[in-house]
Design a protein around this ligand. Sequence first.
Ligand code: 5GP
Length: 140
Amino acid sequence: MVESTLFTKIIRGEIPSSKVAEGEEWYAFLDINPHRPGHTLVVPKEEAQRISELSDESRRALLDGVIEVQRRLSVEFETTDFTVNLNDGPLAGQEVPHVHFHVIPRVAEGTRRPMWTQKKDSAEPDFAILAALAERLQTH
Ligand code: 5GP
């Protein structure tokens, strides 16, 4: 039997995550090691490594998920600007072999609220910060 991917386990709730939003075909949660505060991963429930392997329905729904996540992050971070990135295969830097968009809100330097900054030298994710942020994003 082929082992499920890490993200499938997260979608099923077998591994905990800081959920941001969910649709029928997609699931969004905070990245455990964020590049910036609010860094969210949007993944299809359909398990595939590359976007070309997704069904049409799943692929289209995934972009709807990205837009919904941007909407929620816009409210929280008061921005319209995002870095949206997808590493489509290991040679492109994909570490988890399950399609995922990175959605990262971008704000002008100096406008971030201190409670969202991460401990720079900490190897451990700050789960309390992630959980509090995810809870707010779910209400937006
Ligand atoms: P990739 O390099 O494959 O494009 O991105 C994988 C992302 O998944 C990384 O940004 C990494 O921090 C994130 N990640 C890896 N393991 C976990 C996990 O268990 N939980 C969460 N929320 N994110 C993870």
